[in-house]
Ligand binder design. Structure first.
Ligand SMILES: Cc1cc2nc3c(=O)[nH]c(=O)nc-3n(C[C@H](O)[C@H](O)[C@H](O)COP(=O)(O)OP(=O)(O)OC[C@H]3O[C@@H](n4cnc5c(N)ncnc54)[C@H](O)[C@@H]3O)c2cc1C
Length: 486
């Protein structure tokens, strides 16, 4: 089954690919909400700017988001207060409010039609055991802003308790992104699609980004490609992990308006969009050894139970989570002051992607920004964070080891299996005409074994989320290499 997305825009313009060597002042890699926000913030600068995307702009994680613009983000303020302190927690709160304001200002100034709707956000618990957690979050938030308590949600979904805050919103992420992109193009920014950067090499005072066939010479590079493993291969696996969720979209016949997420271990997140309701659940770490198909069935069952509907759209999505709950936005390290990174949004990349635009533009334009230190990728790790780091590293290491020894995956309904041919571990998919599609079973990124995903008919990496089609082409990084067998 091919995944379809509610946010797909039919007449999205297609950009050319890179077909010759290029020179630019600033190269932005990745045209999701983050890359486009960076381009937008820099559009009136003196610099020549080039943005490249391996696919189509907006067709990465941003296409699969729920698209809430909110500062009520799980129990982030309790976590940040614990891992850092209340000031850090407050600064993060301010940053998220500012991001919502940036979006709102852009929408108003440029009359962007992106179904922007101001809507209160809810944080709720379904299990009374988690009420204390909710109470803690409320206490901290109350010292930052106005918080109300509520016994129910605006949709019929049973809960124990909720808190509710104002000045948050929902929007259509692709319509917003494509409007900003159009403005960037009018300002002279060059866009290229179907162009994957495979490698970045620092030279004396510039970088060479290679697409394999062509080279892009740039004085400054901004890496906004969600999983930047090709820049710093061992940075992300050991400072972050990937979390995956499943989203179903059902008709919102009662036209209820909602933006809500819970704090229980069985995650639920809801968001209305016009005549639709987005229903998210079944969240797990990508490194967990789970059956994706089963997860999807569980989601369908939950949707049926709560909404008495079949999903019109169904997809899965994953985001990069950081061990200290703060994104990485800024200079990658002191050695490379002209190399910038924006990722690790902990499933809150609408606000943090928009904010990245402002922070990175301010760094490049040498402007002050109150959030530079908060998000800098080189920040030091305190002991609380270190504890989480170890747990995640061990988990990654465990899966890394496990996937290397797993033998036979004949359970994919008979049409996909893993075999050893000529001493090489191969993934074999047999299509409806009986033709074999043979690929390598090893992910080129960090050598994990791939798992067949029957929902999307793809080979997926359980360690870090790379995805390949049945003929071995990369559909999604971190891997920049395919798994074709010569
Ligand atoms: C289930 C789920 C629900 C979410 N809901 C919300 C929400 O309600 N609110 C919120 O704030 N956040 C939400 N998020 C998080 C948010 O969607 C993401 O953090 C955000 O979309 C990330 O945007 P991005 O631009 O960084 O990445 P992407 O959108 O993935 O963009 C990266 C781009 O880089 C390109 N690329 C990758 N590698 C290369 C390469 N080597 N060369 C060239 N191009 C490359 C890709 O093609 C892609 O277009 C959610 C996340 C998940 C998983």
């Amino acid at each position: 089954m091919k995944e379809h997305y509610l946010w797909e825009v039919e007449d999205q313009p297609k950009e050319k690919t890179v077909e010759q060597n290029l020179t630019t002042d600033i190269l932005i890699i990745g045209g999701g909400i983050t890359g486009i926000s960076v381009a937008f913030s820099l559009r009136n600068s003196k610099y020549k700017i080039t943005l490249v995307d391996q696919n189509q702009c907006g067709h990465g994680v941003t296409l699969r988001t729920t698209g809430k613009l909110t500062y009520l983000q799980d129990d982030i303020y309790s976590k940040l207060t614990k891992a850092y302190d209340k000031e850090t927690s407050y600064l993060y709160f301010k940053s998220q409010q500012e991001a919502i304001q940036i979006a709102k200002d852009n929408i108003e100034t440029y009359h962007i039609d992106c179904d922007f709707q101001e809507l209160d956000s809810y944080l709720f618990v379904t299990d009374s055991k988690n009420e204390k957690k909710l109470e803690q979050e409320k206490e901290i938030l109350q010292s930052f802003t106005e918080v109300e308590e509520n016994e129910k949600l605006p949709i019929a979904f049973p809960i124990e308790k909720a808190i509710q805050i104002k000045n948050t919103a929902v929007f259509h992420p692709l319509k917003y992104l494509l409007s900003l992109k159009k403005i960037c193009k009018e300002a002279g920014i060059s866009f290229y699609e179907d162009t994957m950067i495979e490698e970045i090499t620092p030279k004396d005072n510039y970088f060479i980004a290679s697409t394999g066939k062509h080279k892009i010479k740039a004085k400054q590079v901004v890496v906004c490609c969600h999983y930047p493993s090709f820049v710093i291969p061992f940075f992300t696996p050991f400072k972050t992990y990937l979390e995956k969720s499943y989203i179903g979209v059902v008709p919102n016949t009662k036209k209820e308006k909602i933006s809500a997420i819970n704090l229980d271990s069985d995650v639920y997140s809801f968001r209305s969009h016009k005549n639709y309701l987005l229903f998210l659940s079944e969240t797990h770490k990508l490194s967990d050894d789970v059956d994706y198909l089963e997860k999807e069935q569980n989601l369908k069952k939950k949707i049926e139970d709560h909404c008495q509907e079949q999903p019109l759209y169904l997809w899965s999505n994953y985001d990069l989570m950081t061990n200290d709950y703060l994104p990485f936005i800024g200079r990658i390290d002191e050695k490379h002051p002209n190399l910038y990174l924006a990722t690790g949004f902990n499933t809150w990349g609408m606000t943090n992607g928009i904010l990245s635009g402002k922070i990175i533009a301010d760094l490049i334009l040498e402007q002050k920004n109150p959030y530079i230190d908060l998000f800098k990728p080189t920040r030091s790790i305190n002991m609380t964070k270190l504890k989480n780091d170890i747990v995640n590293d061990l988990n990654t290491a465990k899966i890394f080891a496990q996937t290397k020894v797993k033998k036979n995956y004949d359970f994919y309904g008979g049409n996909a299996k893993i075999v050893t041919r000529n001493g090489q571990k191969c993934g074999v998919y047999i299509d409806k005409d009986g033709k074999e599609h043979v690929v390598s079973n090893i992910c080129p990124h960090m050598k994990c074994s791939l798992i067949f995903n029957p929902t999307t008919t793809t080979w997926d990496c359980p360690c870090h989320g790379s995805r390949f089609d049945i003929d071995g082409n990369v559909l999604k990084g971190p891997s920049t290499y395919g798994i074709k067998i010569d």
